[in-house]
Design a protein around this ligand. Structure first.
Ligand code: PMV
Length: 346
């Protein structure tokens, strides 16, 4: 029951980190545990076609119909790092084609959705080649580990909802090797939780995340940062259960600004926040004070804001974005996404 050729397809979401992974050790292992929320509409769809080795390239990668040599090299390096059970890949010609459901350079992390969808395809291909199907929980655990080798944050994208990655005493089920879904009771306020991605700048970011993680090696605040992240991680797990949005916002915003603070005071230093990012932050905070709506922001390694709020406040928040915030956005652009249910085989 084995196959010499075939194809598998998956779509997998991007995620936004609430507790940031910043700094790595060993081979793609995090210096601190992180928590993210998987998105619903920001997806990468990937199709992996395989056939036994013949003439032609071993690996080709098309993104939105165009050959992408740089990403192809990254995928090739990723494939070389796979555990020995994936050795069979070298006997196959692989063509991968993928597309995103969201526009480029908008502050949505495409490496998380791209690498997790490729990892899921590899795990499905393994099942087809060997004829051995594993139980669901084991399949996703393996896919998360494989995704991690492609991009750390991608390990969290193989699950929907809130996801934890990285060892921690307070969440004994978590691991540095793979992510786990936060399946404990999550407070209803997080049901359909919203993430409005406010586009401050679509320019390519000037620090790659691998260079970014590198900045934490010998960073003067590294020890303090990893202690802070562990404590935030623990508190955030509690908040996801209690639904305390005031504490949620406090931790989330502190994480975002800590990430940027670390980038600003590392050597070399990076200032990825733009004047409009700060303008937006001030306006979000004063709106929160005057409206008593528990709304807060987070940031990735870039200038764009992820505005996070409960679905129930949508009717007040969207008009606020349109009337007050959109003047500070590139072409007035923002994308509203929300908590999603995780990847799908297609
Ligand atoms: O997965 P990487 O290596 O691209 O790193 C992601 C780093 C952040 O997005 C800034 C934080 C995170 O936890 O996703």
């Amino acid at each position: 029951n084995t196959n010499n050729s075939g194809s598998v397809s998956w779509e997998s979401p991007s995620n936004i980190a609430l507790i940031k992974y910043w700094g790595k050790k060993g081979y793609q292992l995090p210096c601190n545990p992180s928590i993210s929320m998987s998105l619903k509409n920001s997806l990468t769809r990937t199709k992996l076609t395989y056939k036994t080795m013949g003439d032609g390239d071993h690996l080709s990668f098309l993104f939105e119909g165009k050959r992408q040599v740089l990403f192809e090299q990254r995928i090739a390096k990723f494939f070389e790092s796979l555990p020995s059970q994936f050795k069979f890949l070298k006997d196959f010609q692989l063509s991968i084609s993928s597309e995103n459901t969201f526009p480029h350079s908008t502050g949505i992390a495409s490496s998380a959705s791209a690498m997790s969808s490729v990892a899921l395809c590899l795990c499905s291909m393994e099942e087809e080649i060997t004829g051995v199907q594993v139980e669901n929980a084991e399949f996703y655990r393996k896919a998360s580990l494989i995704a991690r080798l492609g991009s750390g944050s991608a390990s969290r994208s193989v699950y929907g909802g809130f996801v934890a990655w990285g060892e921690s005493n307070s969440f004994p089920k978590s691991s540095d090797e793979y992510a786990v879904p936060f399946s404990e009771y999550t407070h209803p306020v997080f049901q359909d939780f919203q993430d409005a991605i406010l586009l401050v700048s679509s320019k390519k970011k000037e620090v790659s995340s691998s260079a970014g993680h590198q900045l934490m090696v010998n960073h003067p605040y590294a020890t303090a940062r990893f202690a802070q992240a562990n404590s935030h991680f623990e508190r955030m797990l509690g908040v996801l259960k209690s639904g305390d949005l005031e504490e949620f916002v406090e931790i989330m915003e502190n994480e975002a600004l800590s990430l940027h603070g670390l980038m600003m005071n590392s050597t070399p230093s990076f200032t990825l926040l733009k004047p409009n990012t700060l303008e937006l932050i001030e306006r979000i905070r004063s709106f929160r004070l005057s409206s008593h709506i528990p709304i807060g922001f987070t940031l990735d390694a870039g200038p764009n804001i992820h505005l996070m709020y409960p679905k129930s406040e949508e009717g007040k928040v969207v008009p606020f974005i349109d009337s007050e915030l959109s003047q500070f956005l590139e072409k007035g652009k923002y994308i509203v996404d929300e908590k999603g249910d995780g990847p799908q085989k297609i």
